[in-house]
Design a protein. Structure first.
Length: 407
C-alpha cells in the first residue's frame, strides 16, 4: 500500500487528509499501517491546528476497532491543550465525543477546559454538536453545573427543529443518564414535536433509545404522539435487533402505553427468531414487558429458544436483571423451567445478590433489585417453582427454611 511506504513524508495536512479519506471509505488499514500513521501523527502534533486535532481524533474514534495507545492520547492532550481556545463549538464537542467513544476520559483539568470552551461558544451550536457534548458528559458521568445545563437547554430549544434522528435520540438518552433536575416541559415538547416529524426516518436503535429515555425520565408524551410511535415501532419490528426488543417493550410498559394483540404477536414472532442477538438485560426486559401486558407466548419453540439463550448468559447478568427476569417468569410461565435451568438461576442469584441477614428478607431483596429496573408489585408472584428457587438459594446460604414458608 502506497500510504505505508510514504507515511514518513506526511505532515499534519496530509495526515488529516489520509484519516478523513480512510473514514470516508470506511476502510480500517492493517495494524502496521495504523501504527505508522499514529506514530507520524505524534511526531507532528506540535504543528497541528485546533481544527486538525478535532478532525484527526474523530476519524480515529469513528472506527470501532482502532484504539490508539495511551501515549498517543497523552500527547494529544499535551499538544492540543494550548489551542483549546481556538476550537469552534462543533470541534470542541467532537473532541469530547471522540474521547467518550474511545472510552478514555482525559485528565479532569483538560476535560473541564473543553467543556468550558463549549459553553463559551454554545450559542453557535447546532443539534449535532449539542448532542455530542451531552452524550460525552453522560458517558463520563460528569456532574455538569446548573448554568451549563441551562445554557445547553436554551440552545437546544432554539434549534430543536433542526435535530436529526441520531442527535435527538442521543440527547434524550444523555438527559436521562445524567439525572438531576428534569428537562423543562418546553424543551421536551419541542424535542418531541421534532421527533414526531422524523420518526419514519429514525433507525430501530434510535427509536428504542428515544422511548427508553422517556421511560427513564418518567415523561409520558401525549396519547396522540404515543399512537404515532407505536405505529412506527410496529412497522419496524421485522428489523429489530439486539436491545431493540427489550428496551422498546420495557419502555412502553413503563409508560403505560396500550398495545393490541396484533402488535404483541408480531413482537413475539420476531423475538423468537432473534433470541441469539439479545443480551441478558434484553432478555429480562423483554419477558418483563410481556408480563406487564399479560401476554403469554404459547409456542414451545419460542420458549425453547428463550431458555437456551438465557441459560448461556448468566455470567453477564446483574442482580437487578436476574431478579426482574425471575419475577416476570413467575407471572408468565405455567410450567416450571427445567431443573438444570433453575439450578443455574440459583447459582447466579447466590453469586450476584448480597446475602440478606435472614432468609425472611430474601423475597424483599429480590423485589428491591427488580424494582430498580421496573417491577413495582409489593410481593412476589405466587409460584411453586419460584418458591423452590428461593428455598434452594436460602439453603445454599446456610439458612434453614421449611417448604411451607411464605416469602
Amino acid at each position: 500500500m502506497q500510504v505505508n511506504a510514504r507515511v514518513k513524508n506526511f505532515f499534519a495536512v496530509q495526515l488529516v487528509h489520509v484519516f478523513e479519506g480512510l473514514l470516508g471509505m470506511g476502510y480500517k488499514p492493517r495494524e502496521e499501517i495504523c501504527f505508522a500513521l499514529l506514530g507520524q501523527a505524534r511526531r507532528h502534533m506540535h504543528s497541528f491546528t485546533a481544527t486538525q486535532f478535532a478532525i484527526m481524533l474523530r476519524c480515529i474514534a469513528a472506527f470501532e476497532k482502532w484504539t490508539p495507545q495511551r501515549q498517543f492520547l497523552y500527547d494529544f492532550v499535551t499538544h492540543s491543550r494550548p489551542k483549546l481556545r481556538a476550537l469552534r463549538v462543533a470541534e470542541a464537542s467532537s473532541i469530547l465525543w471522540s474521547f467518550a467513544k474511545l472510552k478514555s476520559m482525559p485528565e479532569e483539568s483538560y476535560t473541564l477546559a473543553v467543556f468550558a470552551q463549549v459553553q463559551d461558544t454554545m450559542y453557535t451550536a447546532d443539534g449535532e454538536a449539542l448532542s455530542q457534548v451531552l452524550w460525552a458528559a453522560a458517558v463520563f458521568r460528569l456532574r455538569l453545573p446548573t448554568d451549563w445545563r441551562q445554557e445547553w437547554s436554551n440552545c437546544a430549544l432554539k434549534c430543536s427543529s433542526a435535530f436529526s434522528g441520531p442527535a435527538l435520540a442521543h440527547s434524550l438518552w444523555a438527559l436521562a443518564q445524567l439525572g438531576g433536575s428534569p428537562p423543562s416541559e418546553e424543551l421536551m415538547s419541542a424535542l418531541l414535536k421534532r421527533a414526531k416529524l422524523i420518526l419514519p426516518t429514525m433507525s430501530c436503535m434510535e427509536l428504542s433509545m428515544l422511548v427508553s429515555a422517556l421511560a427513564r425520565l418518567q415523561y409520558r408524551p401525549p396519547d396522540a404522539w404515543l399512537k404515532v410511535f407505536v405505529s412506527q415501532a410496529k412497522n419496524r419490528i421485522p428489523a429489530f435487533y439486539n436491545e431493540d426488543f427489550g428496551l422498546t417493550i420495557w419502555s412502553l410498559a413503563c409508560l403505560g402505553v396500550p398495545l393490541d394483540a396484533t402488535w404483541l404477536h408480531a413482537f413475539e414472532a420476531e423475538c423468537g427468531r432473534k433470541w441469539w442477538s439479545m443480551s441478558f438485560e434484553g432478555l429480562s426486559l423483554t419477558v418483563w414487558g410481556l408480563a406487564q401486558y399479560g401476554y403469554r407466548p404459547e409456542e414451545q419453540e419460542w420458549w425453547l429458544g428463550f431458555w437456551n439463550q438465557s441459560d448461556s448468559r448468566w455470567e453477564g447478568a446483574t442482580a437487578g436483571q436476574l431478579c426482574l427476569m425471575t419475577v416476570a417468569l413467575a407471572e408468565l410461565v405455567k410450567t416450571a423451567p427445567s431443573r438444570s435451568w433453575q439450578q443455574n438461576l440459583v447459582r447466579a442469584l447466590q453469586l450476584k445478590l448480597k446475602k440478606p441477614s435472614t432468609s425472611d428478607k430474601l423475597g424483599a431483596l429480590m423485589l428491591k433489585q427488580a424494582a430498580s429496573l421496573g417491577a413495582i408489585d409489593k410481593q412476589l408472584p405466587d409460584s411453586a417453582w419460584l418458591n423452590g428457587v428461593l428455598l434452594e438459594t436460602a439453603r445454599r446460604w446456610g439458612f434453614a427454611r421449611t417448604l411451607s414458608a411464605r416469602w
